[in-house]
Design a protein around this ligand. Structure first.
Ligand SMILES: NC(=O)c1ccc[n+]([C@@H]2O[C@H](COP(=O)([O-])OP(=O)(O)OC[C@H]3O[C@@H](n4cnc5c(N)ncnc54)[C@H](OP(=O)(O)O)[C@@H]3O)[C@@H](O)[C@H]2O)c1
Length: 205
């Protein structure tokens, strides 16, 4: 698929590397001049994969948002060409919120008036996106939102990059629960001191 990733930091960089490895065509929607983080990523994936956000979005069917959540209030209203694309929101409104919206997902849906918005790639650390395999087995990803096709696309991308399954958490009303799951991972990994090499997996008897 043709995928634009807006945000070239930890999460954007990890997803870009993995999606490229899986055979997808990835364009980074970046700020220019490129930041140090962007330049570091460019040395790994190539400078030709960096474009102005509007151009990256124009050339893609799927747009993954990996910026701080409040940034969507600046960038999304300027992107008339984002309509009709599948938008994957990987942000967490933990340190900052997008204005009066509870999450970036809510802001994106309201601003774009698009149904094809899905929350995914927010529930685990970026290191786990770069390598989702523990002891030979993939860990799990989770997604939420009303749009079934958007969830299918996000779920397929998660599996393409090595997650074992992408569990559907439910509709839009479960998006904030998914951010709480992210906070639960952060709590265990950082506040409770278990370290970032931990991951969630659903097991069955
Ligand atoms: N870190 C994790 O493990 C993790 C896991 C799951 C979800 N998340 C969520 O994912 C999001 C990104 O986290 P991160 O750790 O990847 O952050 P990060 O490394 O700081 O990267 C954020 C990126 O957003 C870009 N950005 C900031 N303002 C922008 C603007 N106005 N226009 C375009 N790009 C802009 C930055 O660009 P410049 O470099 O050019 O400044 C940077 O590339 C956050 O919402 C976070 O809650 C993080």
């Amino acid at each position: 698929m043709n995928i634009a990733i807006i945000g070239t930091g930890n999460v954007g960089g990890a997803l870009a590397q993995q999606l490229l490895k899986a055979g997808h065509n990835v364009l980074m929607g970046a700020k220019f001049p490129l930041s140090e983080k962007s330049i570091r990523l460019a040395t790994i994936i190539g400078e030709d994969r960096f474009a102005a956000i509007e151009n990256a979005v124009k050339q893609s069917e799927v747009v993954i948002i990996t910026t701080p959540p409040d940034v969507v209030l600046q960038i999304i209203p300027e992107l008339a060409n984002i309509k009709g694309k599948t938008i994957i929101d990987a942000t967490n409104s933990i340190r900052s919120k997008p204005g009066d919206y509870p999450t970036a997902f809510h802001a994106i849906k309201d601003i774009t008036k698009s149904d094809a918005v899905v929350k995914c790639f927010n529930t685990t650390g970026f290191e786990n996106m770069l390598n989702p395999v523990y002891k030979g087995e993939g860990i799990d990803m989770f997604c939420a939102g009303n749009d079934k096709i958007a969830k299918q696309i996000a779920g397929q991308l998660a599996k393409d990059i090595g997650f074992a399954s992408c569990y559907d958490f439910g509709n839009d009303d479960k998006v904030e629960l998914l951010e709480k799951l992210a906070l639960s991972w952060i709590n265990l990994a950082i506040m409770q001191g278990h370290g970032r090499d931990i991951a969630f997996k659903v097991v069955r008897r």
